[in-house]
Design a protein around this ligand. Structure first.
Ligand code: CP
Ligand code: NVA
Length: 312
């Protein structure tokens, strides 16, 4: 598929992309990763500028965007909400209109999905969701790339998310899995089940690609998974819920016993990071032979570069 048709598009959630389009971005990401490994340099963002707005902290996403833009000859500008007027003195719509006059694209990380949607609606340039309370789309593209580096085409493979089943990463994995035909199981206590409205949207998408979305409280459901994925028990903005989550999710810690329940020796461990060792995952697993979290983190940059190359 020719990524010329992507020009000008935003990435707010993978619900807005077809499986074929996501596949094209994965192919492009693989290509840019290979270029990098060969030591090739390009200037494909020469003369381009990207605004990076972060309401929440970030190590990987910020670094991936800044380095991907910079090494292609573009100019990334970090905008902290402590310094700009976004949503306080100035409406989101007005900020979007102004940024759209100055930048080639905008990345937003923050709380509300409505904010990233408004930026996309009013700026007139591509806007990338670098994580909101609802979704983390750029993350899960890197996750699928990592799965494919280990197992080949992800279609028909089983991915299992164990932990806070309603969080932004679990939701985004569900959407991308449904679009790509990945069997996706969320193992979580019933009180943290994913939003049934989103599950209801994903189930027919999954049926169309020949895959299944399952939600279960039973860790035995990880059987057959090629990848076990977890994330922090309390996401950014939910710090007050930490104690309650530790109680709820301790039986869902990813430890070697849980990894072994897949019944496969080649199961890999994934985590978007940052991770808290010996909470959601034991040090034994994240630092052990099944971990692929460092490849996964590196792939953030290649996938983000591919998304920007296609859309700017
Ligand atoms: N995985 C991820 O988004 O990491 P950061 O919060 O460091 O950007
Ligand atoms: N669910 C986590 C992901 C961090 C990359 C959070 O929102 O904090």
């Amino acid at each position: 598929m020719d990524t010329k048709t992507f020009k000008g598009r935003s990435l707010l959630t993978w619900l807005d992309y077809t499986g074929e389009e996501i596949r094209a971005l994965l192919d492009l990401s693989k290509q840019v990763k290979e270029e990098k490994k060969r030591g090739e340099t390009h200037q494909r963002f020469a003369g381009k500028t990207v605004a990076l707005i972060f309401e929440k902290h970030s190590t990987r996403t910020r670094s991936a965007f800044e380095t991907a833009v910079g090494e292609e000859g573009g100019y990334p500008v970090f905008l902290s909400p402590a310094d700009i007027h976004l949503g306080e003195k100035e409406t989101i719509e007005d900020t979007a209109r102004v940024l759209g006059r100055m930048y080639s694209a905008i990345q937003f990380r923050g709380y509300k999905q409505a904010t990233v949607e408004a930026l996309a609606k009013y700026s007139g340039v591509p806007v990338y969701n670098g994580l909101t309370d609802d979704y983390h789309p750029t993350q899960v593209l890197a996750d699928v790339q990592t799965i494919e580096e280990n197992f080949g085409p992800a279609k028909g493979k089983k991915l299992c998310f164990v932990g806070d089943g309603r969080n932004n990463v679990a939701r985004s994995l569900m959407v991308i899995s449904a679009k790509l035909g990945i069997h996706f199981t969320i193992v979580t206590p019933p009180s943290l089940n994913p939003d049934p409205v989103l599950v209801g949207k994903c189930e027919p998408l999954a049926a169309a690609t020949g895959s299944k979305i399952c939600v279960s409280a039973d860790t035995a459901e990880v059987e057959g998974a090629c990848a076990i994925y977890t994330d922090v028990w309390a996401s950014m903005g939910e710090e007050a819920k930490k104690a309650e989550r530790v109680t709820l999710l301790s039986p869902y810690q990813v430890n070697q016993t849980l990894m072994d329940k897949t019944g496969r020796r080649d199961t890999i461990f994934l985590h978007c990071l940052p991770a808290i060792r010996n909470e959601e995952v034991t040090a034994e697993v994240i630092d052990g032979p099944q971990t692929r979290v460092w490849d996964e983190a590196e792939n953030r940059k290649h996938t983000i570069k591919a998304i920007m190359l296609a859309t700017i």
